[in-house]
Design a protein around this ligand. Structure first.
Ligand SMILES: *Cc1c(COP(=O)(O)O)cnc(C)c1O
Length: 324
């Protein structure tokens, strides 16, 4: 099954009542000296604080009436679960969210408050995923995957429709990358509009499953470690059906960033631009703050993918002196 551009336009209509059309704002502290025009796509302003509401709302909108009555289940590093529970409550669909013990408390609380049933099990995203599979089978629930699903990818692709409208000069988009639903949807649209637009994925050094899989030529597993970019944790699935191929064929480059670089990006975004982002949300800034091998062109959009960070932790990070 191929995911069409038309599916992304249908997703835009399907999610309009649940997800926000987010602002694109200039970032004058980034690249102005080199004459760059850098703008931030603020997915932090979504009602759940992250872009995943787009894919989740589209997947729920595409359920049959019977599936919607039975309810849905998902596994999540936090933001997907939050998105599914928010969209499900807006659409009156019962939801269960499976989390691993690595997910920060603030995210667990947020999901619970949205009315979903929570299941915590195991020490990795893969354990939570297993749990979601077995609940789907046992209770006849529709499983809403965090990234490897056509409706989820099409939902995330609506970001690129907005980018093309708001920033037709676009040369390059910098996109946080984990399982690849976000970047696959964006690349699908932008490469259809103009193959010369560069789409660049940014992952953390600690457990970059898509980067390792691209190098191997097939999906591979990586060891999960705690990171400031906790939302980028987890594998791409050994039985990956959609995102690996889309990223492989449509993404121009993938870059890896260190924990110190993630902290620096969060700090810069807050102190110089006034925006709060979680670690995963800020990684797209790194190629603009450090020397970068990839030519970015002149008109650059950075997807700031989420802001759901524990605020006490955030204050420590932005208060720390700049690292190496
Ligand atoms: C899920 C998530 C990502 C990565 O998205 P993928 O579709 O898995 O690549 C990036 N940033 C935030 C804030 C997220 O929640």
């Amino acid at each position: 099954m191929t995911i069409t551009l038309n599916a992304v336009y249908r997703a835009r209509a399907a999610i309009a009542a649940v997800a926000a059309r987010t602002p694109l704002v200039p970032a004058r502290s980034l690249g102005a000296e080199q004459g760059l025009d850098v703008r931030l796509k603020l997915e932090t302003t979504q009602p759940t604080g992250a872009f995943k509401i787009r894919g989740a709302a589209n997947a729920l909108a595409n359920l049959s009436a019977q599936q919607a009555r039975n309810g849905v289940v998902c596994a999540s590093t936090g933001n997907h679960g939050r998105a599914v529970s928010y969209a499900a409550s807006r659409m009156d669909i019962p939801a269960t969210v499976c989390l691993s013990e690595l997910v920060p408390r603030n995210k667990v609380d947020a999901i619970e408050q949205l009315g979903a049933r929570i299941e915590i099990s195991g020490n990795s995203q893969d354990d939570a995923q297993q749990r979601a599979h077995s609940l789907a089978e046992r209770d006849g629930l529709a499983e809403i995957p965090p990234f490897d699903h056509p409706d989820v990818i099409a939902g995330q692709g609506t970001i690129a429709l907005e980018l093309l409208e708001d920033f037709p000069e676009l040369d390059t988009v910098l996109v946080p990358l984990s399982g690849g639903g976000l970047i696959a949807g964006i690349a699908l649209v932008l490469k259809a509009a103009n193959p010369a637009i560069r789409v660049i994925g940014i992952s953390m050094e600690r457990g970059a499953a898509m980067h390792a899989s691209l190098q191997a030529g097939h999906p591979v597993a990586v060891t999960e470690e705690p990171s400031l970019a906790d939302s980028l944790g987890g594998g791409i699935g050994m039985a990956n059906r959609y995102t690996f191929d889309l990223v492989h064929t449509r993404v121009d480059a993938t870059l890896l960033v260190s924990e110190a670089q993630i902290a620096r990006a969060m700090r810069h975004l807050f102190i110089n631009e006034g925006w709060v982002a979680e670690g995963a949300g800020a990684v797209g800034l790194v190629p603009l703050l450090e020397p970068c091998d990839v030519d970015l062109g002149e008109h650059i959009a950075v997807v700031i993918s989420g802001k759901n960070v524990d605020m006490a932790r955030f204050q420590q990070i932005v208060a720390a002196p700049p690292g190496p």
